[in-house]
Design a binder for this molecule. Sequence first.
Ligand code: ACM
Length: 525
Amino acid sequence: MIRSSVTKKPSLFKWFFASFMIILLLSSCADEPRPEAFLTKVPLIPKPMSVTESGSSFLVKPNMKVYYQDESQMKLSEQIAGEWEKLTGLSMMVEAFKNGASNGIILDGTDAQDSEKYVCGIEENKILLKGSNAGIYRGWQNIKQMILLAQNDPKNKVYIPTGLIRDEPNFAYRGTMLDVSRHFFSLDEVKEHIDMIALYKINYLHLHLSDDQGWRIEIRSWPNLTKHGGSTEVGGGEGGFFTQEDYKELVDYAQGKYITIVPEIDMPGHTNAALASYPELNCDGKARELYTGMEVGFSTLCVKKELTYKFLDDVIGEIAAMSPGPYFHLGGDESHVTPKDEYLIFINKAVEIIKKHNKIPMGWDEFTAGDLTGNTVAQHWHTPENAVRGQSKGGKVVMSPAKRAYLDMKYDSTSSYGLHWAALIDVKSGYDWDPETYIPDLKKENILGIEAPLWSETVSNLDEAEYLIYPRLLGYSEVGWTAAKDRNWEDYSKRLAEHSGYLERLGVDFYRSPLIEWSSKDILD
Ligand code: ACM
């Protein structure tokens, strides 16, 4: 028999009791005493420009919402809600803003859509993020870091200290590079990498998509590049490549986190994989053997052949069409067997083709030998004079000096992975330099920013790569974001120490540098 209790009128006592409980619940939400917490003490990386505190805390609770004020913030709201759910295990809905909205994150836009400037205001019952969509996303990384730091003590509820952060980056370009050629990294590994770099407000991911050891991006008009040229890697392993669908998925995934992919096809040197895939690209018409060693500087495209420029046009055209970002990187480094006059002819033609496909030519610093005009970007890695020459031709510079910014250099002579031809780069040496003064003849306005490249000769998967990337990447994120006057090693090393707890929980295989007194306090300690 089904009881017909639904038809029975509740007694007066029940009404009273239910109302009492609701009032109690509401008042406990509103008035629940919040622990004191100090926003200025939170070890955020990169360090924000200005932080003021109001001494209370915001409690992370179930059923919070992201409120958007404009349709253009819908995708961003969903991104934030998705990341919140992943981080806290609590569901978060997206809703249009209405007066009095609280218990969640309120997005507020600005007109300055090209800026990453943001304001992050944390109150007891709401968090306000104001900026362009990219700015809001950068501001949101502070909240993510604070949740991760607060989760250090699983006994505590997750509190975020209240106060106001006003912030903007010192440099517009804050990048890292992943060499997927020497060893291939899968789509999932690159996405996982993107998740992590986003947390430190990195906004460019440079993918080194081709080299002597492997061609890693499908080119439909030259299918053998990946079929044959992608079939192996350093050490003779299986290799691999991204289909065009994979690549578009990566571009989209990165865009969701306001990160731009910079595609690189390295040429005219570093091209053995292509020369092995198509005999006609060689001056002698003979295919080269696939290469699985670690030497550099022995291969070159044939500068004199017209076919070489049809090849460039096809490759650059197909990649440019899938790449919404402004840059196409042509490599240009270490072309030791390309005669000097031919190198110049090649660079000039490659630059023209890149411009034809509406991209800004970017190259390693040697490429400034070409007849560059207008908008170009030299990536300084080796020779300061080359960077200054790029500037004198009207170009901009990204700073990646190998002695300071190469993530593939060992920390010290005992490092498990890495090389040491440029330097040993411990965590302090990676942090303690200034891109604005490193090459005295470069003007600040011509420095786009910094990039920390990871070459992958000695690391064959993301776990191994993490040992080289972390914790140094946190330092590079601060070198790129925070003005030199607000940076110092003593303060940074103390903040870095507190990031170890969540890095461990996230399974990041970071190097426990003996220069850091690692600790993993809760945010309230
Ligand atoms: C480079 O390290 N060859 C740019």
